[in-house]
Design a protein around this ligand. Structure first.
Ligand SMILES: Nc1ncnc2c1ncn2[C@@H]1O[C@H](COP(=O)(O)OP(=O)(O)OP(=O)(O)O)[C@@H](O)[C@H]1O
Ligand SMILES: [Mg+2]
Length: 385
């Protein structure tokens, strides 16, 4: 359980805000082995949701989980190595929980022979390092090892009737490799054959993820259940933050202050936490003015931390972002928008497309919006608004 009530990283436990429906739905998919593709923008709570679901399920089910983070994996071997290390950590967690009353030495010997039964091509080892058992399924990190490690994990889980959950995050890194089709088809085989292993995939580069899972020519086409992780609703935040406000000041939040918080952060979970972290430092319950002041601090700090990733933006992209932040969200090629942005209609259109692809803006029923609310405010300030 987290002790930081508004962390910048993964959150579970008492300070995890609701998401009851998503937890129930994703939990059901995990248990029945429906492999899932989590769709969400950066820092919208994917990892937290999966971790919370796993914690929920572990109360009543035998379930072991690991997350693979594929960013910075420069080649095929690096990707495979990370996936296999995650498999090892699941096996290790199962080993620790299994027959806890057995003396360690005997347990290790029995487990080693068990592992050699379930892994057909690999020769897994279990050894003591600094008095702690270490499990290693593979020494070489190639396609054959990946196939056998995934199949072996499924076989072990089937033998002891537990569910293994493998969350492959930043999956698009595989799609960037020269040999990506081989890797994807190996994973597809395991996705198809898995009986006790559930895969969850996510990635922050939307276009590459879409190509990997929705293009007929790709091995994982139509093999996954898309699952959209939306922003947390206002009523959920209302209940959650008022509870935390009562814990802090023995008083719920001022309604005006709460609404301003929701408006400025646009319910982006990373920014809600960032702003609340500033507010909860105060001795008195925050007013609307306090929220606005703290937001200025957040926008400044986020810029300093490089959160906006705006250094690669072209002048036209900055103009369009500023226009959207200013309230131009629909019919972006109409005359008043063209005049205000001082751009040709065709150029506005191609810039919108590029910004969507780069993950800076998106579209919903109300029109276009800037995904990062800190960047939206920053762009407005730069433009003198
Ligand atoms: N249900 C929640 N309740 C409260 N805060 C949350 C919740 N979900 C996510 N957050 C907060 O939002 C931020 C992003 O969460 P998380 O790291 O889980 O997102 P992510 O989508 O996995 O991010 P990334 O794109 O970096 O992988 C963190 O500050 C986290 O504490
Ligand atoms: Mg994450």
């Amino acid at each position: 359980m987290s002790t930081d009530i508004f962390p910048k990283v993964v959150i579970t436990g008492d300070y995890f805000c609701n998401r009851e429906n998503e937890r129930e739905e994703l939990g059901a998919y995990i248990l029945k082995g429906r492999h899932t593709w989590l769709q969400a923008h950066r820092r919208h709570g994917k990892t937290s949701l999966v971790a919370q679901c796993v914690e929920d399920l572990q109360h009543s089910h035998s379930l072991y989980y690991s997350r693979v983070f594929l960013s910075f994996s420069i080649d095929e071997a690096a990707c495979i190595r990370k996936i296999i290390k995650s498999i090892d950590s699941i096996i290790h967690a199962f080993f620790n929980a299994h027959e806890p009353e057995q003396p360690l030495g005997e347990k290790m010997i029995r487990f080693a022979s068990l592992l050699s039964e379930v892994f057909r091509k690999l020769q897994p080892t279990i050894s003591l390092q600094n008095n702690r058992p270490v499990i290693s399924t593979a020494k070489n990190f190639d396609i054959v090892a990946l196939e056998d490690a995934l199949a072996g994990l499924n076989a072990l889980a089937a033998k002891f009737d537990f569910r293994a959950v493998l969350f492959i995050d930043e999956f698009q890194e595989i799609a960037k490799l020269k040999e990506h089709l081989m890797l994807e088809s190996t994973i597809r085989e395991q996705v198809e054959d898995a009986t006790h292993l559930t895969f969850i995939f996510a990635g922050s580069e939307k276009t590459l993820m879409q190509q990997a899972f929705t293009n007929k020519k790709r091995p994982l086409y139509k093999h996954l259940q898309p699952f959209e992780v939306k922003r947390i609703s206002t009523p959920c935040y209302h209940k959650h933050l008022n509870k935390l406000a009562r814990d802090r000041w023995q008083h719920p939040m001022d309604e005006d202050a709460f609404e301003t918080l929701m408006f400025l952060t646009q319910r982006h979970p990373y920014y809600v936490n960032f702003l609340c972290d500033e507010l909860w430092k105060k001795e008195m319950p925050p007013t609307r003015h306090d929220v606005e002041e703290a937001w200025n601090v957040v926008v400044y700090k986020a810029k300093r931390e490089g959160a906006y990733q705006d250094s690669a933006l072209t002048l036209n992209e900055i103009r369009v972002i500023t226009g959207i932040a200013n309230g131009f969200t629909q019919n972006m090629t109409r005359k008043d928008v063209v005049r205000s942005l001082d751009m040709a209609a065709s150029s506005i259109q191609s810039t919108l497309k590029a910004l969507i692809e780069k993950g800076f803006i998106d579209e919903n029923e109300d029109g276009y919006y800037v995904i990062d609310p800190g960047l939206a405010t920053f762009a407005l300030r730069q433009a003198g608004n």
